[in-house]
Design a binder for this molecule. Structure first.
Ligand code: SF4
Length: 478
């Protein structure tokens, strides 16, 4: 949402309340010129003032600024999709919304106000509640280093424009010389309130699986060919880099052991799993052990702040590489085949991101791990050269059986339940493809329907199960 949308709303509510700009200004303790500037879209109030405006107008902050999920609702009307490059990003874990986004915000803010003597950053909502475990404070301090900085955690404020809100203030000679309110909206992307910022182009005109499938069938294209048609041949160089980073994260994670940071006493297990032999090692148990060891490897790297690929997020970054590395070894696949699978998975992840959410803070873990599982299932189905209807069914099954999955990480660390959950989802993706092989003709639920269902389920989830560390395992584990 930009300042012009906000301007329209504040003006509408003020008039409905029968207040002049002067009267509203008096209630807020600001000049009528300030109100006028907000209503013309020339300025944006601070996050503190937003709550006061809502109170003065007798509305909720959400009425002034729709939450991200409400904005997503507006996107359902065929506005197209961004490049899959916006989905797959190489970066440092453990969380795209809690570490990658805030780190980017702090870096840009410092660049905008290089003369500040002190940077004061206040974290709200999920960033305040699980920020320490997700290393939010650590990455912000690193971005602002060596300048003096203070990080504050406001865990009480609830009238926020987004669950992941942060305020950055630059101070010089004891005075504020600049202030931003930033929303970390998922996948490492940020939105600076009141600034147009970088808005990725919607290169895909189609944004429903049904429409894409029909287009591909009519033009005799596979999903990866549709990606190439839209994004150009240069997409393969990008995906090659992504695949290299994925393999790098698996490899790195398989060679480390010891305890993960954070005080939970979680030991790395990827190396152990990789090197063990099941007491009754069959082809099936070996597959399970290896796939899980790869998923653990990436997830443990992520938990340790290592380099991973968002697929679609940091917390769920282990699922897709685990399945792809396993099948590559098993079938001795060439890289092009894997790149086609990544493109297919990218379409699936992009559809979920566009029509629902890939953020645990918005829709719970179903949006992260469920989405990753659907992407992995689609990728595997592409590798098996399955029909588009089978790819759809595999992805649909993968999400359907993650519906309602809560996000309740203990101590706000992306460790329990996150690491194991990546391994379980990787196995589930393989299972979904096996079902799709036999049952696609009998299916009743479309991919588009399950994405919509996941979104509505996520919106109905209590806040305590959406990356706040206030419910479930996070509450009961002692
Ligand atoms: S529980 Fe799921 S959504 Fe929440 S932090 Fe862990 S992986 Fe991410």
């Amino acid at each position: 949402m930009d300042k012009f949308q906000f301007a329209e709303r504040i003006r509408k509510f003020r008039i409905a309340r029968g207040l002049s700009q002067i009267e509203l200004g008096e209630r807020l303790g600001v000049s009528n010129r300030a109100v006028s500037k907000w209503e013309r879209g020339e300025a944006y109030p601070t996050v503190d003032t937003l709550g006061e405006i809502a109170q003065a107008l007798g509305v909720l902050v959400d009425d002034l600024i729709p939450r991200e999920e409400e904005s997503k609702g507006e996107k359902l009307s065929g506005m197209g999709m961004e490049s899959i490059k916006e989905l797959y990003r190489v970066g440092s874990g453990p969380s795209s919304s809690h570490s990658m986004g805030p780190e980017k915000a702090a870096t840009l803010f410092k660049r905008a106000f290089p003369d500040a003597e002190l940077y004061e950053v206040t974290l709200y909502g999920s960033l305040a509640l699980t920020g320490v475990g997700h290393r939010t404070d650590f990455v912000i301090k690193r971005a602002l280093h060596p300048s003096e900085n203070i990080i504050k955690f406001d865990k009480t404020r609830s009238d926020l424009p987004h669950p992941n809100t942060m305020k950055l203030c630059a101070i010089k000679d004891g005075q504020s010389i600049g202030e931003w309110t930033v929303l970390s909206v998922g996948g490492g992307a940020i939105q600076i309130l009141g600034q147009e910022g970088y808005t990725p182009e919607r290169v895909y005109k189609l944004d429903k699986f049904k429409d894409i499938a029909e287009y591909c069938e009519k033009n005799k294209l596979r999903l990866w060919q549709y990606v190439e048609e839209v994004e150009g041949k240069e997409i393969w160089a990008y995906l090659r880099t992504i695949w290299g980073a994925m393999l790098g994260s698996v490899e790195a994670g398989l060679h480390v052991d010891g305890e993960l940071f954070g005080g939970l006493g979680v030991l790395r297990k990827a190396k152990y799993l990789y090197n063990q032999r099941h007491m009754d090692e069959s082809a099936e148990t070996k597959q399970n052990r290896l796939v899980c060891s790869y998923a653990f490897a990436v997830s443990e790297q992520n938990a340790a702040g290592g380099v991973i690929v968002t697929a679609p997020t940091c917390g769920s970054s282990g699922v897709l590489p685990a399945v792809l590395r396993y099948i590559t070894e098993k079938k001795q696949l060439d890289t092009d085949t894997i790149l086609h699978a990544l493109a297919t998975a990218g379409i699936v992840g992009n559809l979920i991101k566009t029509n629902a959410s890939i953020s645990g803070a918005e829709c719970g873990c179903q949006a992260e791990i469920g989405s990753a599982c659907a992407m992995a299932a689609a990728a595997l189905a592409e590798i098996y050269d399955m029909e588009i209807a089978q790819i759809e069914y595999a992805a649909e099954v993968a999400i359907e059986h993650h519906l309602g999955l809560t996000c309740d990480p203990i101590k706000g660390l992306v460790q329990i339940p996150c690491i194991e959950r990546n391994a379980v989802a990787a196995m589930r993706a393989i299972n979904a493809v096996n079902l799709a092989n036999f049952l696609t003709d009998t299916r009743k639920i479309s991919f588009d329907l399950i994405v919509q269902t996941m979104y509505e389920t996520g919106r109905d989830l209590s806040k305590i199960y959406r990356e706040t560390g206030e419910g479930g395992l996070a509450k009961l584990y002692l």
